[in-house]
Design a binder for this molecule. Sequence first.
Ligand code: TPP
Ligand code: MG
Length: 547
Amino acid sequence: MKASDLFVKALENEGVEYIFGIPGEENLDLLESIRNSNIQLIVTRHEQAAGFMAATYGRLTGNAGVCLSTLGPGATNLVTAAAYAQLGAMPMLMITGQKPIKTSKQGQFQIVDIVDMMRPLTKYTKQIVNGNNIPSRVREAIRLAEEERPGAVHLELPEDIAVEETEAELFAKSVIRRPIAEKKAIRRAVEMVSEAKHPLLLIGAGANRKLTSKILTEFIEQFEIYFITTQMGKGVVDERSPFYLGNAALSDNDYLHCAINKADLIMNVGHDSVEKPPFLMQHNDPMKVIHINFSSATVDPVYFPHVEVVGDIANSIWQIKEQLKKQRSWDFSYFTKIKEKLDEHLQLRSDDDRFPVFPQRLVADVRKVMPSDGIIALDNGIYKIWFARNYLAHEPNSVLLDNALASMGAGLPSAMAAKIVNPQRKVMAICGDGGFMMNSQELETAVRLKLNLVVLILRDDAYGMIKWKQKAMGFKDYGLEFGNPDFVQYAKSYGATGSRIDKTNDLLPTMKKCLEAGGVHLIDIPIDYSENETILTHEMRERTCDL
Ligand SMILES: Cc1ncc(C[n+]2csc(CCOP(=O)(O)OP(=O)(O)O)c2C)c(N)n1
Ligand SMILES: [Mg+2]
């Protein structure tokens, strides 16, 4: 069999459904093999977007998303997506082409050492030097990409290897179960939670990766233990829960930081230090931390848990739940007060009808218009803080945001991948005018794929997030403003539908109409960030935890 055919058969054997990417001449044999397979090729307009889509496919399915590029410039364009998948623990396989490795008459034209370039960004990066190695290399790459902690892997298939004849045979996927936590670790955790006075549960990204929602919800309800979420842990447990104490959107001074200060024990479920830490550990702090995750904790100056329960998260929680008893010594009265304050604060300005639109109103309207299983995919900008903080997620993975690499430009591609994976669910991309323009060319891909997608563009004609930080640091306003295209015309030029909001009360009905109409819709929303400074900096700083 031709090596490129075997390569594609190996991908099919792994259950690959889509390959996102842009082929180059070095991929043409592979492309022909894909054409003859059951795998759907999704051609994008930039390799970075293909990578973001593949990573998001992996994030949502647990199976490696696959992307494709040529050598040199195509492969270097995948770098940000590789980092996005690797830091965000999203299983992704990147396949890149290369000039012939045995003999070549093109000198060093377009040659970059892609395998080495990918090394710090991946769990595994290999050049295939012999067609006979394809089955084992593909199996190993996918195994590593998908195994906890998931991440990016890379295979380079040179042109001359792709045309080789090979008789190698495929390896079946092995039957494998995740290891479960050891009894003594569970017992120690149970003792610690029993002895604590104010235990608090923190839910992070790892809990969103596998099916942990049901057992965590049962755990919280049975013991009436309060919980907080990291940005990537949103939705594992329905945030409408009476035990929800908020999201770690801000680094400090929010209500949940009062709860963290009060807690004498944190059960840290599925969080790792790649996400901005929701709490900082200190040597002299009496607060204890139990790390409950698929893998052990990476020690960091701000994270060095006392006890680790390593193994499948759902099973660990189940084991703890079986042994734990409600304790009379637990005192949640302070958390109850925090809960009241938080709920009040989340309502603030949610019906503000000043124009341009205020972030809190925007969040409230999006929540009203999105069904519980609707998915919002956020780009990176100041609004991400507002959504993480004020938008209550009802279901796991219904708020897709990147709090690991926190790259701009991922909002639209990740929404597109979410729609491809969940065609029956409503999907909305929420982007700043800066981040949107970093991959706006993918509107063409979305239109070509006939996706039903609504894209909100929050227009402040600036890199608003950095403006807020600049102001908070006392610097003069400088270097962060730009102009924008007419987004309504821009959408139309792609064959999408464009709308512009000029009254805040039009926002909700417009979003509703676009979600129902089908097709690709872009809504240009002028946004007023003038109160970010007051609310996110000053009001928060003045908050007291004395309740
Ligand atoms: C690729 C990339 N470049 C730069 C940054 C730094 N950065 C973070 S947010 C931000 C501004 C985002 O502007 P915009 O998308 O318009 O959102 P806004 O904050 O204005 O709502 C910048 C420059 C980043 N996170 N990613
Ligand atoms: Mg902006």
